[in-house]
Design a protein around this ligand. Structure first.
Ligand SMILES: [Zn+2]
Length: 271
Protein backbone atom coordinates (compact mmCIF):
# COMPACT_ATOMS: atom_id res chain seq x y z
CA UNK A 1 0.00 0.00 0.00
CA UNK A 2 1.35 3.40 -0.94
CA UNK A 3 -0.33 6.27 0.93
CA UNK A 4 1.20 9.73 0.52
CA UNK A 5 3.50 10.97 3.28
CA UNK A 6 6.52 8.67 3.69
CA UNK A 7 8.11 10.71 6.50
CA UNK A 8 4.93 10.85 8.59
CA UNK A 9 4.14 7.16 8.02
CA UNK A 10 7.45 5.31 7.68
CA UNK A 11 9.42 7.85 9.71
CA UNK A 12 11.80 8.57 6.80
CA UNK A 13 11.69 9.91 3.24
CA UNK A 14 9.97 12.99 1.81
CA UNK A 15 6.85 14.58 3.24
CA UNK A 16 4.94 14.03 0.01
CA UNK A 17 6.73 10.87 -1.09
CA UNK A 18 4.87 7.58 -1.28
CA UNK A 19 5.04 5.59 1.93
CA UNK A 20 5.64 1.86 1.88
CA UNK A 21 3.16 -0.25 3.83
CA UNK A 22 3.57 -4.00 3.37
CA UNK A 23 1.25 -6.93 4.11
CA UNK A 24 3.47 -9.37 6.00
CA UNK A 25 2.11 -12.93 5.88
CA UNK A 26 3.72 -16.13 7.15
CA UNK A 27 3.70 -19.62 5.68
CA UNK A 28 4.49 -22.42 8.12
CA UNK A 29 5.49 -25.85 6.84
CA UNK A 30 4.14 -28.65 9.02
CA UNK A 31 3.84 -32.40 8.62
CA UNK A 32 0.18 -31.74 7.89
CA UNK A 33 0.57 -29.22 5.07
CA UNK A 34 1.00 -25.48 5.10
CA UNK A 35 -0.42 -23.06 7.63
CA UNK A 36 -0.79 -19.49 6.40
CA UNK A 37 -0.98 -16.54 8.79
CA UNK A 38 -3.00 -13.87 6.95
CA UNK A 39 -3.34 -13.93 3.18
CA UNK A 40 -2.79 -10.28 2.26
CA UNK A 41 -4.61 -9.26 -0.91
CA UNK A 42 -5.83 -11.95 -3.29
CA UNK A 43 -5.83 -12.49 -7.04
CA UNK A 44 -9.25 -10.92 -7.48
CA UNK A 45 -8.14 -7.83 -5.53
CA UNK A 46 -5.26 -7.43 -7.99
CA UNK A 47 -7.66 -7.72 -10.94
CA UNK A 48 -10.37 -5.59 -9.44
CA UNK A 49 -9.08 -3.29 -6.67
CA UNK A 50 -12.46 -1.52 -6.57
CA UNK A 51 -13.81 -4.38 -4.50
CA UNK A 52 -11.57 -3.18 -1.64
CA UNK A 53 -14.04 -0.35 -1.10
CA UNK A 54 -13.72 3.41 -1.56
CA UNK A 55 -12.80 4.40 2.06
CA UNK A 56 -10.00 1.84 2.28
CA UNK A 57 -8.66 2.77 -1.16
CA UNK A 58 -8.73 6.45 -0.31
CA UNK A 59 -6.91 5.97 3.00
CA UNK A 60 -4.37 3.31 2.09
CA UNK A 61 -3.84 3.64 -1.69
CA UNK A 62 -3.52 -0.13 -2.13
CA UNK A 63 -1.70 -1.39 -5.23
CA UNK A 64 -2.12 -5.15 -5.09
CA UNK A 65 -0.10 -7.01 -7.71
CA UNK A 66 -0.80 -10.55 -8.83
CA UNK A 67 2.83 -11.63 -8.53
CA UNK A 68 3.02 -10.67 -4.83
CA UNK A 69 -0.17 -12.44 -3.76
CA UNK A 70 0.36 -15.29 -1.32
CA UNK A 71 -0.83 -17.89 -3.82
CA UNK A 72 1.62 -16.79 -6.55
CA UNK A 73 4.52 -16.59 -4.08
CA UNK A 74 3.73 -20.09 -2.79
CA UNK A 75 3.49 -21.41 -6.36
CA UNK A 76 6.92 -19.97 -7.01
CA UNK A 77 8.18 -22.11 -4.11
CA UNK A 78 6.64 -25.21 -5.64
CA UNK A 79 3.41 -25.39 -3.62
CA UNK A 80 -0.17 -25.24 -4.81
CA UNK A 81 -3.34 -23.86 -3.23
CA UNK A 82 -4.43 -27.28 -1.93
CA UNK A 83 -1.22 -27.57 0.13
CA UNK A 84 -2.53 -24.79 2.40
CA UNK A 85 -4.56 -26.73 4.94
CA UNK A 86 -5.11 -23.90 7.42
CA UNK A 87 -5.32 -20.13 7.19
CA UNK A 88 -5.23 -18.15 10.41
CA UNK A 89 -6.62 -14.64 10.05
CA UNK A 90 -5.35 -12.12 12.60
CA UNK A 91 -8.59 -10.35 11.66
CA UNK A 92 -10.77 -9.99 8.58
CA UNK A 93 -9.81 -6.60 7.16
CA UNK A 94 -9.36 -6.75 3.38
CA UNK A 95 -5.59 -6.35 3.55
CA UNK A 96 -5.37 -9.47 5.75
CA UNK A 97 -8.10 -11.70 4.35
CA UNK A 98 -8.40 -10.59 0.71
CA UNK A 99 -6.72 -13.80 -0.45
CA UNK A 100 -9.16 -16.22 1.23
CA UNK A 101 -10.83 -17.11 -2.13
CA UNK A 102 -7.41 -18.29 -3.39
CA UNK A 103 -7.41 -21.07 -0.74
CA UNK A 104 -10.97 -22.41 -0.86
CA UNK A 105 -10.12 -25.80 0.68
CA UNK A 106 -8.31 -24.46 3.74
CA UNK A 107 -9.85 -24.26 7.18
CA UNK A 108 -9.96 -20.59 8.15
CA UNK A 109 -9.26 -19.99 11.85
CA UNK A 110 -10.49 -16.78 13.37
CA UNK A 111 -11.66 -15.52 16.75
CA UNK A 112 -15.43 -15.89 17.08
CA UNK A 113 -15.98 -12.19 17.83
CA UNK A 114 -14.23 -11.20 14.60
CA UNK A 115 -16.25 -13.55 12.46
CA UNK A 116 -19.53 -12.40 14.01
CA UNK A 117 -18.69 -8.76 13.31
CA UNK A 118 -17.48 -9.41 9.76
CA UNK A 119 -20.54 -11.41 8.76
CA UNK A 120 -23.02 -9.03 10.41
CA UNK A 121 -21.23 -5.70 10.77
CA UNK A 122 -22.86 -2.95 12.79
CA UNK A 123 -23.14 0.42 11.09
CA UNK A 124 -19.72 1.82 12.02
CA UNK A 125 -17.94 -1.35 10.85
CA UNK A 126 -19.68 -1.62 7.48
CA UNK A 127 -17.05 0.28 5.52
CA UNK A 128 -14.49 -2.10 6.97
CA UNK A 129 -15.98 -5.47 6.03
CA UNK A 130 -16.88 -4.65 2.46
CA UNK A 131 -19.65 -6.64 1.00
CA UNK A 132 -18.36 -10.12 1.64
CA UNK A 133 -16.47 -10.31 -1.67
CA UNK A 134 -13.79 -12.23 0.18
CA UNK A 135 -16.05 -14.89 1.68
CA UNK A 136 -18.70 -15.35 -0.99
CA UNK A 137 -17.09 -18.71 -1.83
CA UNK A 138 -18.02 -20.04 1.63
CA UNK A 139 -14.77 -20.41 3.61
CA UNK A 140 -14.50 -23.36 6.00
CA UNK A 141 -14.58 -21.14 9.09
CA UNK A 142 -13.28 -22.50 12.39
CA UNK A 143 -14.22 -20.13 15.20
CA UNK A 144 -12.18 -19.91 18.37
CA UNK A 145 -13.43 -18.51 21.66
CA UNK A 146 -11.20 -16.64 24.06
CA UNK A 147 -9.59 -18.47 26.94
CA UNK A 148 -6.99 -21.17 27.21
CA UNK A 149 -3.39 -21.56 28.19
CA UNK A 150 -1.20 -18.87 29.59
CA UNK A 151 1.54 -17.71 27.22
CA UNK A 152 4.03 -15.21 28.68
CA UNK A 153 1.14 -13.79 30.70
CA UNK A 154 -1.19 -13.56 27.69
CA UNK A 155 -4.32 -15.59 27.42
CA UNK A 156 -3.86 -17.92 24.48
CA UNK A 157 -5.78 -20.46 22.48
CA UNK A 158 -4.00 -23.53 21.21
CA UNK A 159 -5.13 -24.50 17.76
CA UNK A 160 -4.36 -27.16 15.21
CA UNK A 161 -4.17 -30.23 17.41
CA UNK A 162 -2.54 -33.08 15.58
CA UNK A 163 -0.26 -30.80 13.60
CA UNK A 164 3.41 -31.13 14.42
CA UNK A 165 3.76 -27.39 14.92
CA UNK A 166 2.93 -25.35 17.95
CA UNK A 167 0.69 -22.51 16.82
CA UNK A 168 -1.29 -20.35 19.24
CA UNK A 169 -3.86 -17.64 18.86
CA UNK A 170 -2.98 -14.84 21.28
CA UNK A 171 -6.04 -12.54 21.46
CA UNK A 172 -4.99 -8.89 21.10
CA UNK A 173 -8.28 -7.06 20.88
CA UNK A 174 -8.63 -3.42 20.00
CA UNK A 175 -7.77 -2.80 16.36
CA UNK A 176 -10.85 -4.86 15.57
CA UNK A 177 -13.38 -6.67 17.70
CA UNK A 178 -11.77 -10.09 17.37
CA UNK A 179 -8.18 -9.23 16.54
CA UNK A 180 -5.57 -11.85 17.44
CA UNK A 181 -1.85 -12.36 17.34
CA UNK A 182 -0.42 -15.70 16.25
CA UNK A 183 2.53 -17.29 18.06
CA UNK A 184 4.61 -19.94 16.31
CA UNK A 185 7.22 -22.06 18.05
CA UNK A 186 10.38 -22.34 16.00
CA UNK A 187 13.69 -24.03 16.77
CA UNK A 188 15.22 -20.63 17.49
CA UNK A 189 12.36 -19.43 19.72
CA UNK A 190 8.88 -17.99 19.32
CA UNK A 191 7.73 -15.73 16.54
CA UNK A 192 4.68 -13.63 17.37
CA UNK A 193 2.81 -12.17 14.42
CA UNK A 194 1.08 -9.21 16.03
CA UNK A 195 -1.16 -8.32 13.06
CA UNK A 196 -2.24 -4.69 13.43
CA UNK A 197 -1.56 -4.46 17.19
CA UNK A 198 1.23 -2.10 16.29
CA UNK A 199 2.21 -0.52 12.98
CA UNK A 200 5.79 0.64 13.53
CA UNK A 201 8.66 -1.21 15.20
CA UNK A 202 9.31 1.86 17.37
CA UNK A 203 6.04 1.22 19.19
CA UNK A 204 7.35 -1.95 20.82
CA UNK A 205 10.74 -0.39 21.62
CA UNK A 206 11.50 1.40 24.87
CA UNK A 207 10.98 4.32 24.90
CA UNK A 208 8.23 3.93 22.30
CA UNK A 209 8.03 6.05 19.16
CA UNK A 210 5.77 6.21 16.15
CA UNK A 211 5.50 8.53 13.11
CA UNK A 212 2.52 10.88 13.69
CA UNK A 213 0.25 9.98 10.76
CA UNK A 214 0.62 6.31 11.51
CA UNK A 215 -0.34 6.93 15.14
CA UNK A 216 -3.39 8.90 14.03
CA UNK A 217 -4.36 6.10 11.66
CA UNK A 218 -4.12 3.51 14.44
CA UNK A 219 -6.31 5.61 16.70
CA UNK A 220 -9.05 6.24 14.17
CA UNK A 221 -9.25 2.69 12.83
CA UNK A 222 -9.43 0.99 16.25
CA UNK A 223 -12.71 -0.53 17.36
CA UNK A 224 -11.68 -0.32 21.02
CA UNK A 225 -8.81 2.12 21.33
CA UNK A 226 -8.28 1.59 25.06
CA UNK A 227 -7.89 -2.14 24.63
CA UNK A 228 -5.61 -1.54 21.64
CA UNK A 229 -3.31 0.74 23.64
CA UNK A 230 -3.26 -1.61 26.62
CA UNK A 231 -2.33 -4.55 24.41
CA UNK A 232 0.37 -2.54 22.68
CA UNK A 233 1.81 -1.73 26.11
CA UNK A 234 1.83 -5.44 27.00
CA UNK A 235 3.62 -6.24 23.74
CA UNK A 236 6.24 -3.60 24.56
CA UNK A 237 6.74 -5.21 27.95
CA UNK A 238 6.98 -8.64 26.33
CA UNK A 239 9.63 -7.38 23.89
CA UNK A 240 11.55 -5.77 26.76
CA UNK A 241 11.44 -8.74 29.14
CA UNK A 242 11.56 -11.66 26.69
CA UNK A 243 13.04 -10.22 23.49
CA UNK A 244 15.59 -13.06 23.45
CA UNK A 245 12.81 -15.70 23.42
CA UNK A 246 10.13 -14.01 21.31
CA UNK A 247 10.51 -12.16 18.00
CA UNK A 248 7.69 -9.73 17.29
CA UNK A 249 6.55 -8.78 13.81
CA UNK A 250 3.57 -6.70 12.80
CA UNK A 251 1.67 -6.83 9.54
CA UNK A 252 2.52 -3.54 7.90
CA UNK A 253 6.01 -2.37 8.86
CA UNK A 254 8.53 -2.89 5.99
CA UNK A 255 11.30 -2.76 8.61
CA UNK A 256 9.93 -5.90 10.36
CA UNK A 257 9.59 -7.70 7.03
CA UNK A 258 13.14 -6.86 5.92
CA UNK A 259 14.55 -7.93 9.29
CA UNK A 260 12.80 -11.32 9.13
CA UNK A 261 13.74 -11.84 5.47
CA UNK A 262 17.38 -11.14 6.33
CA UNK A 263 17.22 -13.59 9.25
CA UNK A 264 15.66 -16.24 7.01
CA UNK A 265 18.35 -15.68 4.36
CA UNK A 266 21.08 -16.09 7.02
CA UNK A 267 19.46 -19.30 8.31
CA UNK A 268 19.27 -20.72 4.77
CA UNK A 269 22.89 -19.80 4.05
CA UNK A 270 24.13 -21.57 7.22
CA UNK A 271 24.79 -25.25 6.47
ZN1 LIG B 1 -4.05 -4.14 8.36
Amino acid sequence: MCPTGARLINGEGGLLAMAKVVCHCLAIETGDGLVLVDTGFGLEDARNPRQLGAPFRFLMQPRPKERTTAIRQLEELGFEAGDVRHVIATHLDVDHAGGLPDFPEAEVHVLAAELAEALHPRLRERARYVGGAHWRHGPRWVEHGAGGDDWFGFESVRILPGVDAEVLLVPLLGHSRGHTGVAIKRDEGWLLHCGDSYFHHGEVSSPPSCPPVLRLFENITATDNRARKANQERLRELAGAHGDEVDLVCAHDPHDLEREEAAAARATATP
